[in-house]
Design a protein around this ligand. Structure first.
Ligand code: COA
Length: 383
């Protein structure tokens, strides 16, 4: 029966999807969608991609400034000491079905980490930074271990001497990555670290705003990131490229998709109206990794999709578009692209959670009520 809900929804005035609504004050990151500029704590993303490391960016997002040498050494040391998972958590992971989605495995495992951290419910700054350190250190271990376990292999023990990027690739494949791959992966982590109030970060802040613990806030953020309209887009980009198969089929495929009003994954953005500055670096990596692997086909097909989408719709690639072919050429399984997003974004989530705890106010907006009022209760037989 038509309840009039659709008509009421159509006349609603609240900003759909909260577009343009400012919902928090933050010094962590800022996106200028008109000019295509992204900054972390005042530093342009291009500067950070060129000169910094992921660990430096983690420090920056938590403390609001770049670390001095000894501060960075201390953070790296603390992270290395936390790489290993509690044995009970690893045992729990062994019970998961092999066909489970990697993002579901990550969500459930992060939630379980809470049990083995005696300070989990302490939201003081000091203990929260310690918890955040564990999460940044252990999420890569979970992702790599789950990949090994589902393939019937033993997880590779983390190496505390390695940085996060190198250690992750090492644990994933059981062999040391090339220096070039490790540095490109490190920059990928920098590029994905924060993006202001994206859906998963907003989720993390809403949960932290109730003074629930960090594990809870991060578990909810992982769930938000898993959706195809958020972090899930990168896997779908690669699926699309594989489905298209070769260069000649790109144009008809995209035209058919547009005619059928299907969205092309990795294209468009809720805030950027020009090139996403992260895509500038990822486009270069896709080409570089492709050339090194002797296979530039996926890069070239991506360029063609980009060109058609710009010509037909005036749209640009987002962060997910070229990360897909970059990771593919690094030999990373498709369904790990979104968990890898989480390996990086945990730095931004925890930065925002620390910021929320430091100046907390329960996040509780209002809804614009568009339903009827004053109805009288009708007995069952009278409806
Ligand atoms: N391919 C084709 N058309 C697209 C599109 C895409 N990737 N993204 C948006 N559009 C079109 C929509 O169909 C819509 O057209 P219409 O007005 O004719 O109905 C219009 O552009 C606005 O789309 P909408 O989804 O309302 O815009 P938004 O600002 O909310 O979109 C995204 C932002 C990211 C959700 C959207 O661009 C998208 O779904 N992209 C693909 C998924 C993706 O890559 N997500 C990762 C984001 S980092």
């Amino acid at each position: 029966m038509d309840t009039g809900k659709d008509a009421a929804a159509a006349s609603a005035s609240a900003a759909a999807g909260l577009r343009g609504v400012v919902a928090a004050s933050s010094s962590i990151g800022d996106v200028d969608g008109e000019r295509g500029i992204l900054i972390y704590e005042g530093y342009d993303i291009h500067e950070l991609a060129r000169y910094s490391t992921f660990e430096e960016v983690v420090y920056l997002l938590w403390h609001g400034r770049l670390p001095k040498r000894e501060e960075l050494d201390e953070l790296r040391h603390s992270l290395g000491n936390c790489y290993e998972l509690p044995s009970q958590v690893l045992d729990l992971m062994r019970t998961f079905p092999r066909e489970a989605e990697p993002m579901d495995v990550l969500r459930t495992t992060v939630s379980a980490l809470d049990f083995y951290d005696s300070g989990a419910h302490d939201t003081s700054r000091e203990v929260s930074v310690r918890t955040a350190t564990r999460l940044v250190a252990q999420i890569p271990t979970i992702v790599a271990a789950s990949e090994r376990l589902r393939n019937g292999q033993e997880p590779v023990r983390p190496n505390p001497e390695l940085n996060i990027a190198t250690n992750f690739l090492y644990m994933l494949k059981g062999e040391m990555p090339t220096e070039e791959d490790a540095r490109i992966f490190d920059i990928c982590l920098i590029l994905h670290a924060d993006h202001e109030l994206n859906a998963s970060t907003f989720t993390a802040r809403v949960v932290a705003g109730t003074l629930a613990d960090i594990y809870g806030a991060v578990t909810a953020a992982i769930a938000a990131l898993s959706g195809p309209l958020h972090g899930g887009a990168n896997t779908n980009v690669m699926k699309m490229l594989l489905e298209i198969g070769d260069m000649e089929k790109v144009e008809p495929y995209i035209k058919d998709a547009l005619a059928a009003k299907r969205k092309i994954m990795g294209i468009g953005h809720a805030v950027y109206k020009t090139e996403d500055p992260r895509a500038t670096h990822l486009r270069k990596f896709s080409k570089e990794v492709g050339e090194r692997g002797g296979q530039t086909k996926w890069y070239e097909m991506s360029r063609k999709v980009e060109e058609i989408m710009h010509r037909e719709k005036g749209m640009f690639p987002n962060v997910d578009f070229y990360s897909a072919s970059t990771y593919y050429m690094m030999g990373i399984p498709l369904d790990l692209y979104t968990p890898i997003f989480a390996i990086s974004r945990i730095s931004g989530w925890t930065g925002h959670i620390l910021e929320q705890y430091a100046n907390n106010k329960l996040i509780r907006p209002r809804a614009e009520y568009i339903g009827p009022r004053g109805l009288k209760y009708a007995q069952m037989e009278e409806r």
